[in-house]
Design a protein around this ligand. Structure first.
Ligand SMILES: *[C@@H]1O[C@H](CO)[C@@H](O)[C@H](O)[C@H]1NC(C)=O
Ligand SMILES: *[C@@H]1O[C@H](CO)[C@@H](O)[C@H](O)[C@H]1NC(C)=O
Ligand SMILES: *[C@@H]1O[C@H](CO)[C@@H](O)[C@H](O)[C@H]1NC(C)=O
Length: 430
């Protein structure tokens, strides 16, 4: 009886942290084993502490990006694997998508699913994630206009499929159908809309008296009409509270005409070069209001440099500016081909009397603020990043250029020789 007890519960040597396949100090399990094992290797475990990579227990699956010594960048690893539960897989199972290094069933709310090289992947959204919503409908009397009942259904919409009608029964309410008036504040929900597409149009026949423009649509870039229906793409009729349109992002009206009539106090709409917005269809222009001097001859949606259809020279975040911060200011800029002022990479060194960068990325700086790895300005040299042939460590030389440590260094180093390797504290104590 005593004998069978000692067999089922092996007493491990103290070095083994309780996991071994014999009493001898040389008979410890690999550190990546969770329970017992049949031998010392990471392939001999009964179960893995972290991940199972084709039978080997590993602390992490082969990473999705590795350091490329030739380009000095982190690049996709052709031998990457993804975490699927506690197993490393080369492809996520069919209904799963890749999020970073894991297989997930749905992308998190700040990312959207995109197909990349045939693989479904979660990518961060630039700004709001795209959301397509249905517009109002002439054929459904419960939703022929935007009103207090349906306004919430437009939250976070970036694209409206169908038309958006604003009728008096929606804005002022409809006592007969027990629909209360629409709170004008709620119209700000339309701030996220970038595109209206489909059969009909943006149709404004009623608008809150307290609102003097349509700036709740200030992010609307495109109205896609449909040729087939010969309808209007934009219609604004008899809204006396409007003094300007304020549709500052509108750049395209594809098919369908524009009908703006009977708005007693509306200005600036006659400065807009509708020909440019509508493509080729001509439009007669009337007497002009004066746009801000930084606007180009394309006109404007209202007063001020943020209401120009396009800028004479430079713009920053949708507002026309006389110049980018090429030579002044703490945050230096460069200009894109289209004249947009954008900040230099934070690792660029601010230059006096000349430009600081020629593009947005870290290899477009004229000089680096701290260190340089190949052509890229970096805040620190690569340390312990995965490379094609194992982990990579670099050190900064006197000029601040990142140079590789000796091949045999398993930690950081302070110079190129094997004697310059930093010995880990774990190594000394262990
Ligand atoms: C690792 O996974 C393989 C199959 O995917 C399995 O046969 C093996 O038992 C697993 N190993 C461990 C230690 O869990
Ligand atoms: C709208 O988007 C914001 C930010 O992404 C989010 O916090 C919020 O829950 C969303 N609301 C709805 C109703 O989708
Ligand atoms: C309006 O835009 C069209 C097309 O871009 C251009 O040919 C025309 O000269 C512009 N008109 C004015 C008055 O600037």
């Amino acid at each position: 009886i005593v004998d069978s007890l000692t067999v089922t519960k092996t007493v491990c040597a103290p070095q083994c942290s309780g996991r071994c396949f014999g009493r001898n100090p040389s008979e410890c399990c690999h550190v990546e084993c969770a329970g017992g094992c049949t031998g010392p290797k990471d392939t001999d475990c009964f179960a893995c502490r972290n991940f199972n990579n084709s039978g080997s227990c590993v602390p992490q699956c082969p990473q999705t990006v590795i350091y490329n010594r030739l380009t000095y960048r982190m690049e996709p690893n052709p031998n990457a694997k993804y975490q699927y539960g506690s197993i490393c897989v080369t492809q996520c199972p069919k209904i799963f998508v890749v999020d970073g290094s894991s297989c997930v069933s749905n992308c998190p709310s700040n990312k959207m699913e995109v197909e990349k090289n045939g693989v479904k992947t979660c990518e961060p959204c630039k700004g709001l994630c795209p959301k397509v919503c249905h517009g109002t409908s002439w054929t459904d009397s419960n939703s022929e206009t935007v009103d207090a009942r349906n306004i919430e259904s437009f939250i976070n919409c970036t694209k409206i499929q169908g038309s958006l009608n604003f009728l008096v029964t929606g804005i002022e309410g409809d006592a007969y159908n027990k629909v209360p008036p629409l709170d004008p504040e709620k119209l700000k929900i339309f701030n996220t809309v970038e595109e209206i597409t489909g059969v009909y149009f943006l149709n404004i026949q009623s608008w809150p008296a307290s609102m003097s423009d349509l700036s709740v649509f200030s992010n609307l870039q495109t109205i896609q009409g449909r040729k087939l229906y010969k309808s209007y793409a934009l219609m604004v009729v008899k809204i006396n509270s409007l003094t300007s349109l304020g549709l500052r992002s509108l750049q395209n009206i594809n098919d369908g005409a524009v009908y703006i009539k009977g708005n007693k106090n509306l200005c600036y709409h006659d400065t807009v070069n509708w020909t440019r917005l509508l493509g080729s269809r001509p439009q007669k222009l009337k007497e002009k209001h004066v746009c801000h001097p930084l606007c180009s001859s394309d006109g404007c949606w209202g007063p001020g440099p943020d209401q120009c259809v396009s800028c004479k020279k430079y713009s920053r975040g949708g507002t026309c500016v006389p110049d980018c911060m090429f030579l002044t200011g703490s945050q230096r800029e460069f200009a894109t081909k289209s004249g947009e002022c954008l900040p230099c990479h934070p690792e660029c060194k601010v230059q006096e009397g000349k430009e600081t960068c020629t593009g947005p990325v870290s290899n477009k700086c004229l000089a680096c603020a701290s260190l340089k790895d190949g052509p890229h300005c970096v805040s620190m040299c690569p340390e312990g990043v995965m490379g094609q042939e194992g982990t990579i460590f670099k050190y900064p030389d006197k000029e601040g250029n990142c140079k590789p440590c000796h091949n045999n260094c398993t930690q950081r180093c302070t110079g190129p020789g094997i004697g310059d390797c930093t010995i880990s504290s774990r190594y000394i104590s262990g």
